[in-house]
Design a protein around this ligand. Structure first.
Ligand SMILES: [Cu+2]
Length: 155
């Protein structure tokens, strides 16, 4: 009986629930902080919402606009601001994870072309189960007009 239960649990874990999962993970207000045209590194922010019953782990992010993307957490350690690479960004079941200046963020390395405010940036968020969530972020200045949209939802 115990082993039957065990295999049932395993089955549940392995069952392909791709479509459902994709719908359960949602992104709001994705943006990339505008920098000087020569910037080799930029930062990306967004809020991830998980309406599912299981925690979701974003383990990898890719973008056709950048050579490389890392997952980072900004923290003050010994009075100094540090960025700590993260193996995963965890979005709790029924909860959300905010990627925001001074906290979790995407570190975007080596833009293939200079990016200006208003430019779109395609991002692919890969979760631990191999699901991919495609997101279109917008380049903008921090505290710019669009920043207010974080707090107001017109649609
Ligand atoms: Cu960083």
């Amino acid at each position: 009986m115990k082993s039957l239960l065990h295999s049932l649990v395993l089955l549940c874990l392995l069952a392909p629930v791709a479509a459902v999962q994709a719908d359960q993970l949602r992104v709001e207000d994705p943006w990339v902080r505008a920098g000087p045209p020569t910037a080799r590194v930029m930062a990306g922010y967004m809020t991830l919402y998980n309406s599912g019953a299981r925690e979701r782990e974003i383990v990898r992010v890719t973008s056709p606009a950048f050579a490389r993307v890392e997952l980072h957490l900004s923290r003050i350690e010994d009075g100094m601001a540090r960025m700590i690479p993260q193996e995963a960004l965890r979005v709790p079941a029924g909860g959300r994870l905010e990627l925001t200046p001074g906290g979790y963020h995407l570190m975007l390395f080596d833009p293939l072309a200079p990016l200006q405010p208003g430019d779109p940036v395609e991002l692919s968020l890969h979760d631990a189960a191999g699901q991919v969530l495609n997101v279109r972020a917008t380049v903008r200045l921090p505290g710019g007009r669009d920043a207010d949209h974080t707090h107001h939802h017109h649609d």
